[in-house]
Write a protein that binds this ligand. Sequence first.
Ligand code: ZN
Length: 448
Amino acid sequence: MSTDFDDLVRDARDTRHLAVEAGAVAATGAVLARLLPGREAQVVADPATWAAAGPQVEASLRRAGVALRPCRVLTASPALHADWEHVEALDAAFAGHQAIPVAVGAGTINDLVKLAAHRAGRPYVAVATAASMDGYAAYGASITRDGSKQTQPCPAPLAIIADPPLLAAAPPALAAAGYGDLVAKVVAGADWILADALEIEAIHPAAWELAQPPLRRCIADPGGLARRDPAVFADLLTGLVRTGLAMQVARSSRPASGADHQFSHLWDMEGGGHAAAHGFKVGIGTLASAALYEQLLAEDIDAAVAARGPWPGWEEMAERIAALHPQPAIRAVALEETRAKHPGDAELRRRLALLRERWPALRERLAAQLLPARTLRTMLAAAGAPVDPALIGVAPAHLRASHERARTIRRRYTILDLAEELGTAGRWRERLFAPGGFWGGPAGVSAR
Ligand SMILES: [Zn+2]
């Protein structure tokens, strides 16, 4: 894919340089020397990402005349995660010098360095070792503290450097996860269209242009990941970085995340741990969201609005939400988040009137944005991502319950909210989990 990257970073707030090309890693030093002349650098990696690119990056920095602090290789047993203790370790390391951190790694290293660099009051450079998630260019770092994952606001990297042959050499599960995170933008985009049409959250045109128009092309060849075709890895990474830039421009994760991510966040909160890759959970969430959209597109909206029962006031809704979440910490989040978006009766009537009025055009726009859930399932499977929820530890009954819970843990408006407000959520769930429904295959596992 030919992309004018200078044009891409023009609207970005933090990122001044983006390179996705063979040989990009060897130019890291030249990029740093140009953007921040005279500054020292310190590479931060974990043992695997150090082995993948650390020596190459250091050699490039030396060639460009950049003075180097000894590299910092973070380790943890059994695996390194973006946990708060490592941010504190980097705080201590960065306190002793003014060197520019060069994060050599994927999601974990990037998130840790992003936050620690910000806390040390300096920019950083990201060298991507895997096309595993959309966080490289995102504003904010996702860090686990006291058992819960939180996004901490902090600037995106000054430069992002990705070498497609290097990405293609990473463990295959990483790109499969990145593919799941990117495919999610199909349904996340539909959620944004919905929120825009119902005058809940307007589409940010520059962010939309960054993330959405190239999306179909970037997800077109999932089989190329298994073939380790560097061009396909370049497309995947470019799509992920474009979404991150869209988040920078919008200063919000809306361009990257809708109901798809709400499923994933819910499972993160319920599991409290690091069980499955982010992109794998998001991939299953994407299928759930796409299947719900198929129900919406098949709905007679006038009839649904006419048949809708009374809308609960906040007190009643709060009772329902409390009953949905057995864990007190999640219940508290759900009450706060849902309250922030709970419409009054008059507001809901206005919203549903808008929906009826705009439905023919909105339906057409959604249909053009979306892909069938079964097509998305085939694409995810071709990329090597799990398409059976059981493979990420979500049993059928849990998936079904998640359809009710996921809506409540974030205030962002999605298809899950419309289903609730239209009064069709229960009926759609019945259909999706019945035999022959998308989730209702033989013995309750997803049909292939
Ligand atoms: Zn994501």
